[in-house]
Write a protein that binds this ligand. Structure first.
Ligand code: F0G
Length: 458
C-alpha cells in the first residue's frame, strides 16, 4: 500500500477553543456591528481571519527566544538574522521592522513621492494604503485570468507584461520609483507568480531602468508552487528556487508573520547599498536603530529559525496540502472557489455563492457574517469594503470578484477543523437562496476602512 500523507510535525502544546450557540453568535456579531474584526477571540471557534502572526512556533523557535540578545546595538540576534536572510534570500543588506506594513512605510518613505505611479500585480491593502497615503497611485497589472475563479491557470498571480509595459511607456522613469511584485499574490487568491514571469518582469524593468521589489510575505509558498507546477523545477530544492526568485529583484519587503512563522516581525532586504542607506534614516526614525528596528532580540532569533523551517519542503507540503484539503471539500460540494487553490487560503467567490444579494450591499461581507453565525468560523471579506473608495471621487470601488477569504494559520488547526469549516459553509450554501439582503455602512474611516467599519443589516 502506498503510505498516505501525514503532517511533518507532532503537537507539543495545545490551546483550548470553545464552541458557542447560533443565538450567542447572532448577538455577538450584532454587538460587533457586523464587523468580524470586532469579535473577541473567545467568540470564534475556528479562526480563519488571517494567516498573519497566527502560526504556531516550533520548539526550536521557542528555545531560540531564550537565547535572544537584547543589546540596543550590535546584538548577536541581529547578526544571526542577517546571516539567515542572506542565506535564504541572497540579499546582502537588511533592515528589521516590526511587521510588513512598517517595512512598506520605511521603504516607501525613501522611494515614493506625491504623483508617483507604482505598477505590479495586485497589491495588498496596506501596500496600496501606504502608496495612496503618499498621494501616489498603485496600478494593478495582474493577468486577467486571476479574475476568473474557475479558470485553471497555474500562476494566476502573474504580472501581465503588456499591461506593465503600457504603464512603463506612459510615464517618465522619474515617476515610477519601483515595481512591486507580490509573491504569492494575496489579493488574487494567494496565487503564485511563475519564475518565468519574474524573469520577464525584471527584463522589462531593466529596459526602462526601474527597480523591482517583491512583497515577499509568502515567498516560500510561491517557491513550492514553482517546484510543483513550473516546468524544469521539479528536481530543484525549495531553497535554490527561492534564491533564483530573488535574483530577479532589487529588494524585498517582508511580513515575517506569514511564511517565517513568527507572531510579529518584518524586514526589508536590499541588493544595493545605496537603497539600504537611503532607507536607513527612516528605519531609525520610525522603527528603531539599525540592529533591532522594531524587534526585540528574542524575536529576531525566532524569525531566523522560522525562515529555515518555513522553507522546508515537507513543511510546505503539509501546509499547502491542508489548504487544498479544505478547498477540495468545498469544490466537491459545488461551492465556487478560486481555482487552483492558493497557498495560504481558500477564496470563495461570494457573488456566485449569493447571487441575490445586491452588489451595493457588500456580498462577501454578508457571506462572512453568515458563515460566522452558522459555525463560529471567522473568515474575512476581500471585496468592496476592503477595496475602499476611490481617493479622488470617493465612490465605492467594486472589485471584479468579491471574495470571502478563509486563511489557514500555519501548524495550528487539524483537518478536523477543516471538515468542520467545510460543513458550516456547505450548510450556508444549502440555504443560499434565502439570503437576499446584505448590509449598509453606518460608520467608516477615510483609509483602510474595513478594519473599523460599522454596518447595519438591511
Ligand atoms: N503584504 C502582503 C501580501 C500581506 O498579505 C500583508 C498582510 C502585508 C503585506 C502587511 O504585513 O500585516 O505584517 O503589516 N496581510 C495580512 C493578511 C494582514 O491577513 O493577509 P503586516
Amino acid at each position: 500500500m502506498k503510505l498516505p500523507f501525514a503532517e511533518s510535525y507532532k503537537i507539543k502544546s495545545v490551546e483550548t477553543i470553545k464552541k458557542s450557540t447560533v443565538e450567542e453568535r447572532k448577538n455577538w456579531i450584532k454587538e460587533a456591528k457586523y464587523n468580524l474584526f470586532n469579535l473577541k477571540s473567545h467568540q470564534v471557534f475556528v479562526d480563519l481571519l488571517t494567516d498573519s502572526g497566527t502560526g504556531a512556533m516550533s520548539d526550536k523557535q521557542w528555545s531560540a527566544i531564550m537565547e535572544g540578545d537584547e543589546s540596543y546595538a550590535g546584538a548577536s540576534s541581529y547578526f544571526h538574522l542577517k546571516d539567515a536572510i542572506k542565506d535564504i534570500t541572497g540579499f546582502e543588506y537588511f533592515l528589521p521592522t516590526h511587521q510588513g506594513r512598517a517595512a512598506e512605510n520605511v521603504l516607501f518613505s525613501a522611494l515614493i513621492k506625491e504623483g508617483d505611479i507604482i505598477p505590479g500585480n495586485a497589491q495588498f491593502d496596506t501596500t496600496k494604503g501606504h502608496i495612496e497615503y503618499r498621494k501616489a497611485t498603485a496600478v494593478d497589472c495582474t493577468i486577467d485570468e486571476a479574475n476568473h475563479p474557475s479558470l485553471n491557470h497555474p500562476f494566476k498571480g502573474n504580472v501581465d507584461l503588456e499591461k506593465l509595459e503600457t504603464v512603463l511607456k506612459k510615464y517618465p522613469k522619474e515617476k515610477i520609483p519601483l515595481i512591486i511584485v507580490t509573491i504569492t499574490c494575496n489579493s488574487a487568491g494567494g496565487q503564485p507568480v511563475s519564475m518565468e514571469n519574474m524573469k520577464d518582469v525584471k527584463k522589462l524593468a531593466d529596459k526602462y531602468d526601474i527597480p523591482v521589489f517583491y512583497d515577499a510575505a509568502r515567498f516560500a509558498e510561491n517557491a513550492y508552487f514553482i517546484k510543483i507546477r513550473e516546468k524544469g523545477y521539479q528536481n530543484k530544492s525549495i531553497r535554490s528556487i527561492i534564491k533564483e526568485m530573488f535574483s530577479f529583484a532589487d529588494g524585498m519587503t517582508m511580513s515575517s508573520k506569514k511564511d517565517a512563522i513568527v507572531n510579529m516581525g518584518g524586514f526589508i532586504g536590499f541588493r544595493h547599498r545605496e537603497d539600504f542607506e537611503k532607507a536607513t534614516e527612516f528605519g531609525i526614525l520610525f522603527e528603531g536603530f539599525i540592529t533591532y528596528g522594531g524587534m526585540s532580540g528574542r524575536d529576531m532569533n525566532a524569525l531566523a529559525q522560522g525562515l529555515y523551517e518555513g522553507t522546508e519542503f515537507d513543511y510546505l507540503e503539509t501546509r499547502i496540502g491542508q489548504v487544498a484539503y479544505l478547498g477540495q471539500k468545498l469544490k466537491d460540494a459545488g461551492i465556487p472557489v478560486q481555482y487552483p487553490f492558493g497557498g495560504h487560503a481558500i477564496f470563495v467567490d461570494a457573488k456566485s455563492f449569493l447571487p441575490y444579494v445586491p452588489i451595493e450591499q457588500y456580498v462577501a461581507q454578508t457571506l462572512a457574517v453568515e458563515l460566522y453565525i452558522e459555525g463560529g468560523v471567522r473568515g474575512v471579506e476581500i471585496g468592496t469594503l476592503l477595496a475602499d473608495r476611490d481617493p479622488v471621487t470617493r465612490k465605492n470601488r467594486y472589485p471584479e470578484v468579491e471574495w470571502l477569504r478563509l486563511a489557514i494559520p500555519r501548524r495550528v488547526y487539524t483537518n478536523n477543523h477543516m471538515n468542520f469549516t467545510a460543513a458550516a459553509l456547505i450548510n450556508v450554501f444549502e440555504r443560499r437562496n434565502e439570503i437576499t439582503t446584505g448590509f449598509k455602512i453606518v460608520k467608516e474611516a477615510p483609509l483602510l476602512r474595513h478594519f473599523t467599519v460599522e454596518l447595519e443589516k438591511i
